[in-house]
Design a protein around this ligand. Sequence first.
Ligand SMILES: *[C@@H]1O[C@H](CO)[C@@H](O)[C@H](O)[C@H]1NC(C)=O
Ligand SMILES: *[C@@H]1O[C@H](CO)[C@@H](O)[C@H](O)[C@H]1NC(C)=O
Ligand SMILES: *[C@@H]1O[C@H](CO)[C@@H](O)[C@H](O)[C@H]1NC(C)=O
Length: 597
Amino acid sequence: MFEFIELTTKSLLELNLTQVLIGILTIIISILILKFLLFKDKIVKFVVEAPIEAKPGWNDGKILEKPCLRDVSNPGYITCYDPATGQFLATIPAHTDDDVKEALKKARNAQQKWVKTTFAERKRVLNSLLNFIINNQEEICWVSSRDTGKTLVDGKFGEILSTCEKIRWIIKRGEKALATEYREASPVMPYKLAKIEYHPLGVVAALVSWNYPFHNTFIPIISSLFIGNGILIKASEQVAWSMQYYNKIIKTCLIECGHDPDIVQFLCGFPDCGEAIVRSGVDGITFIGSSSVGKQVMKAASDNLTPCILELGGKDCAIIRHDANLSHALPIIMRGTFQNAGQNCVGLERILVHESLYNEFVDRVTDQIKKMKVGSVLNDDIVVDVGAMTMSGQGERLQNLIQASVSEGAKLILGGRPYIHPKYPTAQYFEPTLLIDVTPQMTILKQELFAPIMVVMKFSTDEEAIEICNKSLYGLGNSVFSGDQSKGDWMSKRLRCGMVNVNDFGATYLNNLPFGGVGISGFGRFGGIEGLRSLCLMKSVTTDRIPFFKTSIPRVLDYPMHSNGSSFVSNLVILLYDNSLIDKIKAITGLIKNSSS
Ligand SMILES: *[C@@H]1O[C@H](CO)[C@@H](O)[C@H](O)[C@H]1NC(C)=O
Ligand SMILES: *[C@@H]1O[C@H](CO)[C@@H](O)[C@H](O)[C@H]1NC(C)=O
Ligand SMILES: *[C@@H]1O[C@H](CO)[C@@H](O)[C@H](O)[C@H]1NC(C)=O
């Protein structure tokens, strides 16, 4: 009997399970089909060919004897070249003050129309751009590698993955971040509706660094477009060549989606062009670059009191506590140091290792760094770990800093000098370097290296590590590695900086938290809710909660002033803010008396 019941329930269950599974599957497939049909209209497919020079193996460029962006015989032009091979790429006219004025005029005109587009229309542009990026990952990274010398993995991380994540976030969360926000009304005026509205600023400008030309250019573009701003974008002259491709991408995307492409204006040129943009009368400026140029931007922006967001350099630490798991920390620290040949504003520039782990740490990184290969990812037939130095003239500066530290007592374990490529002797490389026993007073800690150099320091107490870390004038990001989560948190609270990752590197950025620092690392934030809002005109507005309940000035406070006016306000203050109930009651009677005539 029981067996029978058991059997039937079992077969029933089995039957139901199959049916349920088929049911669920049908629902999932229908949702996917529906999503596909709905989504079809949300993406416009378009094609932009990458320049021929970007193709791996391209070797038709003239090898420059002394690669340099400026040619004295041709002052109005930028000489573009591949830092990983020294091949000449193109000569591009540098924009002038007049070009900047013209660009601003066009962007202002286009913005009048753009500001009227809906979020759905803007999302369609961003979805189409996202689709293009996903389908053109290789080409985008080739272009970026050709112009900066970075490896493809560095490009996939820094140019593609990070950009896709920012676009995904803005499509999903941007509208909510810009929605009108309601705040609590004060007890003085409880009948008020107090709110904050986020409006476009107008036409903003972004002057961005060369380390991730695609990402650095597209982040301000997508934020500005989403908000309803027009934008003037100028990347460093180091990457003027790749900007031509990026310009075509965004313009084609806008045109194919049915919008005026003038809303985005690319400019390229030397520092005078940057200065012309800052002084042009744009409505906001984002600057990503060095602290010294950041100061000049702020000065120039004071002409029109243009608000700026300054994302400047960093001298980030990784603190490895005694209880850290080295096997976990090491690969992260290696990437944090050598990603993009160390050319990251949040690159790890100081590795602080607890004395109990110091020797093991040094042995293990020595083994790894020794095996790292330097070269051109597009023209060498090896798997490249470290690409080129994008800026010329860095070898000598870095070598001098390293030599100074050695004479001050540091130990150079590996590297420490420019790497001369056997096939491309004028290319710009620096050997992956390991410098240990660095102490807080050494010269090398005073400036940002922006290079494939691991600087290792020893500490014995948490306090000492925090002190070393905080001593820097920079305060961008830091990492703390600890086996004890609460200790990691405790340390992170004491570090003077804008971002901390416990047991990680760069995670704040990928998790869409605001990016920015303190001290000479600058101020203001991009990324996340705060970043989006900082490109907006934040407007505080009050209206009445109930339409017929409005502020009315009591007669005793109306002009011409009454002798009881002052006493009335005093009683009001007591009523609202005094803690004593008796005093509050007295105040009410006082108010009635004051206003009775
Ligand atoms: C240390 O980290 C490695 C790599 O993440 C992991 O495999 C290992 O289990 C960790 N060891 C301990 C003791 O947690
Ligand atoms: C940074 O560290 C110093 C030295 O330990 C400490 O006095 C200071 O309070 C720290 N700064 C912050 C912002 O916590
Ligand atoms: C002023 O206030 C006093 C009490 O403080 C009250 O007696 C008097 O009527 C008030 N005068 C007028 C004109 O409202």
